[in-house]
Design a protein. Structure first.
Length: 242
């Protein structure tokens, strides 16, 4: 990879990685909420914002609604109440703790010096990229491969089918002895490393399926994915302590 000051570009310049790993909330949580990676907004805020204000900057109300829709964090009106160092139940972070972005042709004219974004369509190919797949695997191993035993539920932000498949493969790779996936759950949930992993709709403003995830017909599409996630959480042991 090409290396700059805390910034790394893949050899083909398709991906940029900023060395700014971060996580928020409980040090020994029961529930961990993770996105794919921090985007430009969060990465840029690392230098000049209060630390607890950085996570999910700009779309916390949307994330609150997503969690409420599957029965989580119902005791707060905004997850900001849970993103603080004093929190004991919830932790917040990402699969790739550093800020990973992908080359985005739509940004070339407006941002010719930095045409990278965290949209899933340009970041997800990193999971199959020769260089970046190694980075992702190493990052997962370090931060998610050996979570505290108290963690019972990992909530994954993002439920596009390709992302479901990539994360399922990654979790099974690191927990081959107890990984369990039931096809009836359609990839929305699976078990591994002694805990439940559940995918929900991503709250990013760029997610065109956000409203359907919250309000869609429970029999199909994003509405069905919401109900599958909700059902998985309800039947897990974590639901008894919420």
């Amino acid at each position: 990879m090409h290396e700059g000051k805390d910034v790394f570009l893949s050899e083909d310049k398709k991906f940029k990685l900023v060395n700014d790993p971060a996580a928020w909330g409980a040090q020994n949580p029961k529930i961990l909420v993770v996105g794919i990676t921090k985007g430009n907004t969060q990465s840029n805020a690392m230098a000049h914002s209060d630390f607890d204000e950085i996570a999910y900057k700009g779309f916390r109300p949307r994330l609150t609604a997503v969690l409420h829709s599957v029965g989580l964090a119902r005791d707060v009106n905004n997850i900001s109440d849970l993103i603080r160092k004093e929190e004991s139940t919830y932790a917040w972070g990402s699969v790739v703790r550093c800020s990973l972005t992908g080359f985005d042709r739509k940004k070339v004219k407006q941002y010719p010096d930095d045409p990278y974004s965290s949209e899933s369509g340009v970041v997800l190919p990193a999971f199959s990229h020769k260089e970046m797949s190694v980075v992702i695997s190493n990052c997962f191993s370090k931060y998610l491969g050996s979570l505290p035993s108290r963690v019972e539920l990992v909530v994954m932000l993002g439920n596009a089918n390709k992302y479901l498949e990539k994360m399922r493969q990654l979790v099974s790779q690191f927990s081959p002895h107890d990984f369990r996936y039931d096809p009836v759950d359609e990839g929305i949930s699976y078990e591994g490393a002694g805990r439940l992993w559940v995918h929900v709709g991503h709250p990013s403003p760029g997610n065109g399926w956000y409203t359907e995830f919250l309000n869609g017909d429970p029999g199909s599409g994003q509405g069905r994915k919401r109900e599958l996630a909700k059902r998985a959480i309800e039947r897990s042991r974590i639901s008894r302590s919420l």
